[in-house]
Design a protein around this ligand. Structure first.
Ligand code: ADP
Ligand code: MG
Length: 254
């Protein structure tokens, strides 16, 4: 499981994440939604340990990130917002490096070949990462996340720039991982995808957790039965801009 308790992170006095708490259980895909600047990436970067929170507790599986950093991180795979591969390592060398870091070299060969085939990177296996297209770099970040048998997957807008077949493959892989009991937290702006893929969503706004739940729970909260996740999201985030508007006010359509 993944537990985030009272997470706060400021940058020079500006609170990017403000007292956020949630948990994701094994066997769940949870969408992390919110407008630009809501604090999604900062939250994910705190969970990976890249950023040090000001306050709060993060538990990954049974391990506390602050006091049991190594075993906690060992369970994690992170697909960052902007793929940033080592320009002078080949695609295959990236996978080998990740497998070495996570002590999974014995299963690496078979895993790597399968993944490269599945994400249509096999013909680039020996190409330097610096020569890949943007979408291929994103796919490389995905295969690196999938190669080392993680239990908790943090994905920051993972579908950006990926071709339709790659998107389909990744969504299928996330569902398969979910069904084997992995914890999956995915930030995305593709609300139609989130509606189909996620068991539950968390909506952040201005650093805070605005609401969380299944689509039908959110529909009830917004008094919008039968509406899409996109419509409910627009209503809830608009209302939190204008706290005095009644919750049943009509949605402004563009
Ligand atoms: P999201 O991923 O939801 O779009 P972010 O977590 O990237 O949002 O950013 C939340 C807020 O924190 C934004 O206002 C952003 O400008 C600010 N922020 C993020 N990282 C930094 C940083 N390293 N230094 C200063 N401000 C930052
Ligand atoms: Mg972001």
């Amino acid at each position: 499981m993944l537990v985030v308790e009272n997470l706060t992170k400021s940058f020079k006095g500006f609170r990017a994440v403000d007292g956020v708490s949630f948990r994701v259980e094994p066997g769940e895909i949870v969408g992390l939604l919110g407008p630009n600047g809501a604090g999604k990436t900062t939250t994910l970067r705190c969970i990976t340990g890249i950023l040090k929170p000001d306050t709060g507790r993060i538990q990954i599986g049974e391990y506390d990130l602050a006091t049991q950093e190594q075993p906690a991180k060992r369970q994690l795979a992170f697909i960052p917002e902007l793929p940033n591969p080592y320009e002078l390592l080949t695609v295959r060398e990236h996978l080998k490096l990740v497998a070495m870091c996570y002590d999974t070299l014995p299963i690496y060969e078979q895993h790597a070949d399968e993944l490269l085939q599945r994400y249509e990177l096999a013909d680039k296996a020996n190409a330097l990462a610096g020569t890949l297209s943007k979408g291929m770099k994103q796919k490389l970040a995905i295969v690196c996340a999938l190669v080392h048998d993680a239990k908790v997957f943090l994905c920051d807008e993972p579908l950006m720039g990926i071709d339709p077949r790659g998107q389909y493959t990744f969504k299928s892989d996330l569902q398969r991982l979910r069904d084997t009991g992995c914890v999956i937290l995915v930030s995305t702006h593709q609300l139609d995808t989130a509606e189909r893929l996620c068991d539950r969503v968390i909506i952040m706004h201005k650093g805070r957790l605005l609401t969380e739940g299944t689509l039908s729970e959110l529909q009830q909260r917004a008094q919008m039965d039968g509406s899409t996740l996109e419509e409910v999201f627009l209503r809830l985030t608009e209302e939190s801009e204008q706290p005095h508007e009644p919750i049943s006010a009509p949605l402004h359509t563009p």
